[in-house]
Ligand binder design. Structure first.
Ligand code: PGA
Length: 219
């Protein structure tokens, strides 16, 4: 089986009791070894999830949902790459919600990629169509706007065709994931596409049972 990433993007969801409930319910032990699960919670939950990982209660890797475009310093409210690095290996960059709600520009997104790479974090770079991505980016998530949070995913065939074109245009990209309304029901059809190397899951990752099924059903 080819390597598959399943990335959970919790977005700005879950307070501490809900994280505890999720940890109690989730069952990821049936994982195929070629499946890599990455959980991206809000920053404040990274320490608790790291603890669960180190106690072997959770066999996953961790990611942040964003990163400061700056290093350490006088940037009130920002969380920088070195701070993230204490807890996580990955970071989502360029998500369309950041571009829409926080007016993130291409320039800022590029700075974030550079900050991530500098400290040894692996960026998972989100794009909405076939575009050119920075040389440092090895993992791309194709997330068409119409499919995010709508319950209307792209077809696996189209996502596969887009993934192929992204790789043709960006020879340095090793993995293309698909994101947008992925569920336990449709995961298998995305998992079967040869140019796709996994999925980015928003809403369906919040429910521990559904997320466990997604992990089970991809392999
Ligand atoms: P969704 O979100 O699975 O809720 O559509 C995906 C994403 O925005 O990463």
């Amino acid at each position: 089986m080819k390597k598959s990433f399943i990335v959970a993007n919790w977005k700005s969801n879950k307070a501490t009791p809900e994280v505890e409930a999720w940890l109690k319910e989730v069952k990821l032990e049936a994982q195929n070894t070629e499946v890599k699960v990455i959980i991206c919670p809000a920053y404040v939950h990274l320490p608790r999830l790291k603890q669960a990982v180190s106690e072997d209660a959770l066999r996953v890797s961790l990611g942040a949902q964003d990163i400061s475009p700056f290093g350490p310093g006088a940037y009130t409210g920002e969380v920088n790459g070195l701070q993230i690095k204490d807890f996580a290996e990955y970071v989502l960059i360029g998500h369309s919600e950041r571009r829409t709600h926080f007016k993130e520009t291409d320039e800022e997104v590029l700075q974030k990629i550079q900050r991530a790479v500098e400290v040894g974090l692996t960026p998972i770079f989100c794009i909405q169509d076939v575009s050119v991505v920075a040389d440092e980016v090895k993992i791309v998530a194709y997330e068409p706007i119409f499919a995010i949070g709508t319950g209307k995913p792209d077809t696996p065939e189209n996502a596969n065709a887009v993934a192929r074109k992204i790789k043709e245009k960006n020879k340095h990209v090793e993995y293309v994931l698909y994101g947008g309304s992925v569920t336990a029901e449709n995961i298998k059809s995305f998992g079967e596409m040869e140019a796709l190397s996994g999925v980015l899951v928003g809403k369906a990752s919040l429910d521990a049972q559904e997320f466990s099924l997604i992990v089970k059903n991809i392999s």
